[in-house]
Design a protein around this ligand. Structure first.
Ligand SMILES: [Zn+2]
Ligand SMILES: [Zn+2]
Length: 382
């Protein structure tokens, strides 16, 4: 169980700004949900769609208008009033009419005209975004067991990458994940893909085939999240160590406020006390540090993806350029070598195929004298 307990004072769990437009004061996520559920009618967060008649009646009551005004509003706001083609004609929705009057269509036409001037109609970033969207948008599961429960929380979590790229001053590479209030922090950890988990340390020129057995993720399993004075350690495996202990002990001897510990696998988001918009920490592989910012917490809506199995749901992923093999310039680099008489530079990057063709004979015997280190590209997760 998380150490943070819901506060007795309910109003303290209603988010309020600490710094305007930046971050809120800390509040307990599960209690915040309860505050909403107390105030809303079950119909407000139900995933069942109302039939049209009930919807109209409720709508009219809320706007305090009579049936006649309601009918008028309906006709003025109907989709038919936006028609820009004859009624008996079915338009091609991909073609914007020549002189549109609707602002949205004017914008769309501008974009279409601009796209037409490009060599490739869509860049790979757009294609990738489309792909992410298609994977989840409006998806409902076939069976009830995979359906998200009504009144569940939806959190938007941004995970930032360590600032080691020069470009970092212009862009903040990150991934965005949608998580539910029932997800544990361990599930967030498993959804974060970081290249340092795939790193292989060591020199493998004599035994290139066993390099995959030394992937960091399988050897160094400890990690923690840090939220509001509490370290949430990953203790799922016997090899896991409480790597927050050093910091806690150090803080004790330096007159810092005392920090406490909990297990990330036992802590659900709903158990956490956090500030929305505030940077927290995820640390793994000893010193690979990521900022984690919860940017939004709200109740699930019927138009959200309601299939449990698709969460944690990736909605944004920063793409990075990949480093290609120095020989074929086609495949992503997998090895770099030093002191290598076959290489055009020192160090030199090779894809697996070129590396093996150049450095080993048909029997797999090492040719010449060189050192070889596995290389994992940042773009490995693109
Ligand atoms: Zn990392
Ligand atoms: Zn190659």
């Amino acid at each position: 169980m998380a150490a943070s307990k819901p506060s007795a004072d309910a109003s303290s769990n209603i988010p309020d700004y600490e710094y305007a437009e930046v971050n809120t004061k800390p509040f307990h996520i599960g209690s915040f949900r309860n505050e909403w559920l107390k105030r809303l009618k079950p119909g407000d967060f139900s995933f069942q769609l109302e039939d049209e008649e009930t919807f109209d009646a409720n709508f009219a009551r809320e706007l305090r208008v009579d049936a006649e005004t309601m009918a008028e509003i309906k006709s003025i706001c109907s989709l038919d009033s936006l028609r820009c083609h004859p009624e008996d004609q079915q338009p091609d929705t991909n073609v914007v009419p020549d002189d549109p009057t609707l602002k949205t269509l004017i914008q769309r036409k501008k974009r279409q005209d601009y796209r037409a001037t490009l060599k490739t109609p869509k860049n790979r970033h757009d294609l990738f975004t489309d792909e992410l969207e298609r994977a989840a948008i409006g998806k409902n599961p076939e069976t009830v067991t995979n359906m998200i429960a009504e009144g569940e929380l939806l959190l938007t979590v941004n995970v930032y990458y360590p600032p080691v790229v020069e470009k970092f001053q212009y862009v903040r590479p990150h991934m965005t994940l949608l998580m539910t209030g029932s997800h544990s922090l361990a599930e967030l950890r498993d959804a974060i893909c970081c290249v340092s988990d795939l790193q292989v340390c060591g020199e493998f020129s004599n035994t290139p085939d066993i390099a995959p057995d030394f992937i960091s993720k399988d050897h160094f399993k400890s990690a923690f999240f840090f939220f509001e004075g509490i370290f949430y350690n990953d203790m799922r495996y016997p090899e896991c160590q409480d790597i927050s202990m050093t910091t806690i002990e150090w803080a004790k001897t330096h007159n810092f406020p005392t920090f406490s510990q909990a297990k990330m696998e036992d802590t659900r988001f709903a158990d956490l006390k956090v500030k929305v918009g505030f940077p927290y920490l995820y640390c793994h592989q000893g010193d690979c540090e990521h900022l984690v910012i919860i940017t939004d917490i709200r109740l699930m809506h019927t138009s959200d993806c309601l299939d449990k199995r698709l969460y944690p749901l990736l909605t944004h992923k920063h793409r990075v350029l990949t480093k290609k093999c120095a020989v074929c310039h086609v495949y992503i680099g997998r090895w770099f070598t030093t002191n290598d008489q076959f290489a055009p530079s020192n160090p030199c990057l090779f894809c697996d195929k070129c590396f093996r063709l150049l450095h080993y004979d048909a029997q797999g015997k090492k040719l010449g004298d060189f050192l070889a280190y596995p290389y994992v590209d940042r773009g490995a997760f693109n």
